[in-house]
Design a protein around this ligand. Sequence first.
Ligand code: PPS
Length: 304
Amino acid sequence: MEVASGERPALVPVQGIPLIRYFAENWPLVEDFQARPDDVVICTYPKSGTTWLSEMLDMIYQDCDAQRCQRAPLHLRVPFLEFAVPDAPTGLETLSQAPPPRLIKTHLPVELLPSSFWRQGCKVLYVSRDPRDVAVSYYHFYRMAPVHPHPGPWPHFLEEFLDGKVSYGSWFTHVKGWWAKAATHPVLCLRYEDMKEAPSQQLNRVLTFLGRTLPPGGATAILAATSFTTMKANPKVNYTALPRTVMDHAVSPFLRKGEVGDWMNLFTVAQAEAFDARYQELMAGVEGPPIHPSPTPGADPVSH
Ligand code: PPS
């Protein structure tokens, strides 16, 4: 693959979904990916809590031992399925080396997830976040990750976001597609805001869904290792190990603020009203993420 010098590569549609050019060029291999039944998929629209949930899951699968989670940067511990940039192993190459059970990150909309995941009945954890916070986080991410097109000024980027002209397409289509899939496939729907408000409760839902229990003290260890402050300072999760051609933290850190409601600092009143109107139009009749599986009464997989 050629490195784009200076210029940023335009997005390239894959089955109508705009993707980072290098990801699109690698698409045929991704589409043919052969999932295993014990693969666990972490899926989100970008900037919705992927990194946070990925570290949480690796902690769960590494017996809540934060030292074991230092064994490699997160993108090697939880490979990014469709990832491809010049001069670096692709997500598929990283996955080919990963021991089972594999934790796999993806941002693909439901219709693009390789069919082998459905055939194998793989569990999927899907996180969603207030799209206004997603838009702001995405804007800063576009600025710092030059594999994306230039975001332009904020008002322009916001328009592109609302029109689904950003990488991975429309937030609205993405969440509606995945939330609907939860009716027929093992998809656990989580919300970033719930993870902020009640992390222990959400951890419990994750454990119930995965059928896992923790050793004594495990939940405390997971919550400590996955706090925003700890993760921001942890070079194994904050993506500072990646080359500047992929992410330039001098422009904006990857773990930027980690807050609910940061959109209020950037949206004008008019932008907030326009966003609301679009939300009402595109999410009419959608109640939000399905809340299942409900925790089994009396069962508490978390030992504090
Ligand atoms: S990506 O690039 O799509 O994989 O990004 P993703 O990890 O989904 O989202 C990045 C945003 O999540 C915030 N983040 C966290 N918030 C709270 N607690 C923890 N532990 C945490 N880890 C990551 C991160 O800061 C990004 O949000 P913003 O609003 O930009 O700070």
